[in-house]
Structures are given as C-alpha cells and as structure tokens.
Design a protein around this ligand. Structure first.
Ligand SMILES: Cc1cc2nc3c(=O)[nH]c(=O)nc-3n(C[C@H](O)[C@H](O)[C@H](O)COP(=O)(O)OP(=O)(O)OC[C@H]3O[C@@H](n4cnc5c(N)ncnc54)[C@H](O)[C@@H]3O)c2cc1C
Length: 419
C-alpha cells in the first residue's frame, strides 16, 4: 500500500483514475470489489482515520455482548492491496474541476469519484451534551468509547429512571435508539430490577418505527417491559451534574412547550446531517446529502460522480446492510460509465435493521424503498427469533469483515413476500 505523506517540498499533483472519499463500510467495499474485478485499476482512498469501526457492533458493546475491540480494526489492514491510501480528510469537493482539496492543502484530481464520507453526528446541537457525555449517567452507542460507558451504566444500574432519546430522521440505523432500551430492560428483568426501574423512550417523531409492518412486534416489546413512550419529544439540553434533560414537546396541534425530566441514566442519539464539506459543496442537495439518482446511485449533475452509504441522498435506511447491496451496484455502474455505457444496475432501496427485542432474540426488519418488506429468509419477519440473534452476533460480523470488505461476490438474495 502506498501511503502519501506530507512533505515540505511542493508535492506533485495527485491524480487517480478512481478516487474514493471515505474508507468506511462503503469506501473499502467499493475499492475491494473494483480491485477484484480489475486488478490494474488505479484507485486511491482518502480517509483520515487510522481505525475502522464495525458500527453495527456498538449496540452489542452497549449491552455487554461484544467488546469494543471486536468492533475495530486498523484501517491499514483493510485497504485492499494495490489501492493507495491518502491519509487526510477532504476539505472541499470541486466537481467542476474534477478534484478535491485535502485538509493539508494538497489537491487530488480524478476521472471518477465515489463519495462516501458518511454523515455528521451533531453532538453540539444539544446544549450541555458534549460536556456530559461519558459521565454523569450520559451515554451513547453512537461512539465506541461511550458505548462502553453505556454498558458500565447498565451493569451498575440498580433501579431509577433511564431515558432513551431519538432525534428527527434521517439517522443511521433508525432502530439503534430503541435496541439498547430493550436489551437493558431484559438485563434488569433477569436481575429482578425491572419493577423498580422506569424506562422512557423519548422520540422526536410520532411513530415507533418507520415501517408500519414491524410496529406491532416492537409495541409488544414495549408493553412487555412496561416502557413509557413519549412521542414528539426532541432533546434540547442536558445538565449532567443535575441529571436533568430538557425536551421540546410538540402537541397534536403543533404547539410547542418545554418539559424537563430527571434521569439516573440517559442514552442519547445525536441529531444527524450531511458532513460540513458535503453540505457546502456543489454535490449536495438542499438537505445536505450527496444528490444521486436513487436507482443508479450516479450523481444527478456530475456523470463521473457516484455516492452510496450514509452520505447519499437516497431515501433508504442508512445501514451497513444497505451499503452491502449498494456497493456492487456502484461498481457495475461505475465500470459501465468508464466505458461510456448505460447504467446496467438499479438499487431497490434495501436496508435492514436487526431489532434486538431481548438478549437472545431479534426481529430482523428488512425493507426497501416505500417500506416494502423484502426479507432474505422465508420466515415471518415479525417474529422475534434466536436464529436472527445468531445471525447478528456471529454471521453478520463475519460477512462484514471477511466477505464484504474483501469485495466478495455472493449475497443473500432478498425479495418482497406477502404475510
Ligand atoms: C450505534 C449504531 C448501530 C448501527 N447498527 C447497524 C445495524 O445493526 N445494521 C446495519 O446494517 N447498520 C447499522 N449501523 C449503520 C452503519 O454502521 C452505517 O450505515 C455504515 O457504517 C455506513 O457506511 P458509510 O461508509 O457510509 O459510513 P462510515 O462507515 O461511517 O464511513 C465513513 C468514513 O468516511 C470518513 N470521512 C469522514 N469525513 C471525511 C472527509 N472529510 N474526508 C475523507 N473521509 C472522511 C470517516 O472517517 C469514515 O471512515 C449502525 C450504526 C451505529 C452508529
């Protein structure tokens, strides 16, 4: 692997046939699949981080099922052989000039760009959150270190009030805000502490889950554990030392008021947006996401630009499962674009959310654009199953590290089924 280093001399202009921005789930998978198909292709990945995270594992870190180490590897070990790793962040996208500017001032030109820098977790949007996160009972599975703190809090919880928040959509893994709540409730039940605990789910929206088909399964879990649902509650501020959270609450007529809640523990999911350099670039749509055609994943204004993963404007569930399906489509369409051909493949909007309704059972929600239920298995997906727990804890991590990130070609076919 060639690693481009800073130099005090004027660096030669960098140019690559394919430039991938972001070496997360999407970037590494696309690079690996492209290399597998065309070993001579000149590809570079721009990625600032030395650590690559399997974020779907963080929910399990928070519940004490995985260690943090199980979810992280050195980025170096994942960059495919023959792909250049440019260890820097993109500071500006300049698609009219077919180049990006890096945080260290260098410019990298490309013939084709795959932009997949993920999304921004906007911790600053909640007053007092940054100061409190990781102490005072304030945790979040949306960061590896604070997912470890979630488990510390759950392990030591001995009754009291636990709050779980969910901001406005879109967020990555829309089920993650509630998955940890059910697993904590199950831990408390096993320790005979559920009766002396009050769990409240405070959601900005007014539905338990975006795909109605799966709501009864989740409502059954909520009822079973005696969890209180607080719809249209948006977290505004946290006072860690005082252990209070302030919510903006909108009533059914649209009137807003403020409500304070005391907590012994609070699991916070931050508001999420496109990253700043995307939002301020010509690649973005008005919402701040990279504006691609939702079927071809090709940019709607720049024919040599593709995007996938959390950064893309496609209205699917932002998940690694979606990336797994999107990556071969981007590779096929990009390869066709390099030859001047038409786009051969379309993305159907598939995403998946393994909803951990207890320790040991999962409702595997798989769906595509428009909330179409598209399972991979011929089993009623509303039923919590221990087989899906094994899938989540054993098979999917293997699929990610050993298959997807290595550009593997087989996949679990999903399709629409009636129930
Ligand atoms: C708590 C949690 C639970 C989840 N659970 C699930 C689940 O159960 N199932 C599932 O399928 N998905 C789940 N996900 C979602 C999944 O992890 C993401 O959807 C997936 O990682 C998206 O891949 P990506 O490559 O688009 O983004 P990422 O994997 O986040 O990668 C983006 C990369 O871009 C880099 N980057 C950022 N800015 C720049 C820049 N300026 N220049 C260059 N590079 C940059 C970052 O360092 C990062 O490496 C979960 C996520 C979280 C946080």
């Amino acid at each position: 692997m060639e690693q481009v280093r800073k130099s005090s001399k004027v660096a030669p202009a960098l140019k690559h046939r394919v430039l991938i921005v972001g070496g997360g789930a999407a970037g590494i998978t696309v690079a690996a699949e492209l290399k597998r198909q065309n070993s001579g292709l000149d590809i570079a990945i721009v990625e600032p981080s030395e650590i690559h995270s399997y974020q779907p594992g963080w929910t399990l870190v928070g519940a004490g099922v995985f260690t943090r180490a199980q979810t992280q590897r050195q980025e170096r070990s994942l960059v495919p052989k023959g792909v250049s790793w440019i260890k820097a962040a993109v500071a500006a996208f300049l698609p009219d000039a077919n180049c990006v500017q890096l945080s260290d001032g260098r410019t990298v030109h490309y013939d084709f760009l795959v932009a997949c820098p993920g999304l921004k977790l906007d911790w600053d949007k909640i007053e007092g959150l940054k100061e409190s996160l990781g102490s005072n009972g304030v945790c979040s599975n949306y960061r590896a270190d604070t997912a470890e703190y979630t488990w510390q809090l759950i392990r030591n919880f001995s009754g009291g009030t636990a709050l779980f928040t969910q901001p406005a959509m879109p967020i990555k893994c829309a089920g993650a805000p509630q998955k940890i709540m059910y697993m904590m409730a199950d831990h408390l039940r096993r320790r005979k502490q559920l009766a002396t605990s009050k769990l409240k789910f405070c959601l900005a929206g007014d539905v338990l889950f975006g795909v109605p088909f799966f709501v009864p399964s989740l409502q059954a879990a909520v009822d079973d554990y005696g969890i209180e649902l607080c719809y249209r509650h948006t977290l505004k501020a946290i006072d860690g030392p005082a252990k209070t959270a302030l919510f903006a609450v909108t009533d059914k007529n649209g009137a807003t008021s403020e409500v304070g809640m005391r907590f012994d523990m609070i699991h916070v999911v931050p508001p999420q947006t496109g990253i700043d350099v995307v939002r301020s670039s010509p690649l973005a749509n008005s919402g701040g996401w990279i504006e691609v055609d939702q079927a071809s994943l090709r940019h709607v204004r720049y024919a040599n630009v593709f995007s996938l993963g959390d950064a893309a404007s496609t209205p699917n569930a932002k998940t690694a499962a979606a990336v797994r399906i999107q990556a071969p489509i981007v590779v096929a369409n990009l390869t066709a674009a390099m030859k001047g051909g038409a786009m051969p493949r379309n993305y159907d909007g598939y995403g998946s959310c393994p909803l951990t309704v207890s320790l040991g059972k999962i409702v595997l929600a798989e769906f595509s654009y428009g909330g179409k239920v598209t399972p991979s298995f011929p089993l009623d997906p509303r039923v919590p199953r221990s087989s899906m727990w094994h899938l989540k804890t054993k098979f999917l991590p293997w699929l990610y590290w050993s298959h997807m990130l290595r550009g593997g070609t087989f996949d679990l076919p999903h399709r629409e089924r009636g129930w």
